[in-house]
Design a protein around this ligand. Structure first.
Ligand code: CAA
Ligand code: NAP
Length: 246
């Protein structure tokens, strides 16, 4: 039977590419969208026209009850979740001098608390069944820091601490937990950066002198989701055009 993969934020740039890649590999793909997203039906129809029959559920990943209810509905309507891709995320960039508590909290809740909120209702089922893949989408800026991103860099670095700790706890139960740290990928998140900042401060830091493509990250998600990746856990895999090497 096809494995069920849940991709949070699947209607965004990276998430969509991940949904498409996993569907092409015969996973039964389910995604989430923000409860306020009015374009979900349009996205689903567009995907259907391309031959992808995704299911999508509203879920505020920053809210524990919303995440718990969403997972319960998916498991009832679709089946147990085998692969969880914690992908949903936001930026609220500003220098620390301008950073207020609202923008700090928004990013920590959406990008870090969400990893707990989504993984908690899914993880015990995976360990009970003896198979699971948890993939956390972090960022190069969690590894190296970024000007204007104290909130985002903290949340993304925190994701990897979570990955390493949980990987230890579930290693003997057939469940792997890994982090992917993409560099700058050409999605709306990056296109929202002021063009002058992008051209003068960011692209020059990338040895490949270009943005990454969502499909390049999706291929790595597919590998980490696979049977072959069973011995790979607790890793933080960089995919950043050479911008940051560890
Ligand atoms: N490095 C060094 N100095 C920088 C800088 C940088 N990256 N960015 C700005 N500065 C400098 C400016 O040159 C300026 O210097 P002077 O005062 O000497 O002129 C000073 O900092 C203030 O800059 P701004 O006037 O631009 O400040 P601002 O408050 O208007 O904007 C900012 C600050 C919003 C952080 C803006 O610089 C910015 O958008 N930076 C990009 C942040 C970024 O990379 N975000 C990534 C989003 S995508 C993402 O997060 C995906 C992922 O995971 C990779
Ligand atoms: P994007 O196009 O802006 O997509 C972000 C997705 O997150 C959207 O689908 C959005 O759903 C969802 N989301 C945001 N807040 C949510 C919430 N509270 N509840 C549920 N869903 C929520 O951005 P992207 O570039 O694809 O980014 C995807 C992930 O990759 C993020 O975690 C990001 O930090 C990370 N990343 C991106 C880059 C990059 O360069 N693009 C680099 C490194 C890491 P709605 O549209 O329904 O709100």
């Amino acid at each position: 039977m096809a494995r069920v993969a849940l991709v949070t934020g699947g209607m965004g740039g990276l998430g969509e590419a991940v949904c498409i890649k996993l569907a092409a590999l015969n996973y039964h793909v389910v995604t989430t969208y923000s409860p306020g997203n009015t374009k979900a039906d349009e996205w689903l129809a567009g995907m259907k026209a391309q031959g992808f029959n995704f299911r999508a559920y509203p879920c505020d990943v920053a809210d524990y009850e919303s995440a718990k209810q969403c997972v319960a509905i998916i498991e009832k309507e679709v089946g147990p979740i085998d692969v969880l891709v914690n992908n949903a995320g936001i930026t609220r960039d500003m220098t620390f001098k301008k950073m207020d508590k609202v923008n700090w909290d928004a990013v920590i809740h959406t990008n870090l608390d969400s990893v707990f909120n989504m993984t908690k209702p899914v993880c015990d089922g995976m360990t009970d069944r003896g198979w699971g893949r948890i993939i956390n989408i972090s960022s190069v800026n969690g590894q190296k820091g970024a000007f204007g991103q104290t909130n985002y860099s903290a949340a993304k670095a925190g994701m990897h601490g979570f990955t390493k700790a949980l990987a230890l706890e579930v290693a003997r139960k057939g469940v792997t937990v890994n982090t992917i740290s993409p560099g700058y990928i050409g999605t709306k998140m990056v296109m929202a950066i002021d063009k002058t900042v992008l051209d003068t401060k960011i692209i020059p830091q990338i040895p490949m002198a270009r943005l990454g493509k969502p499909e390049e990250v999706a291929g790595l998600v597919a590998y980490l989701s696979s049977e072959e990746a069973a011995f790979l856990t607790g890793a933080n895999i960089a995919i950043n055009g050479g911008q940051h090497m560890q």
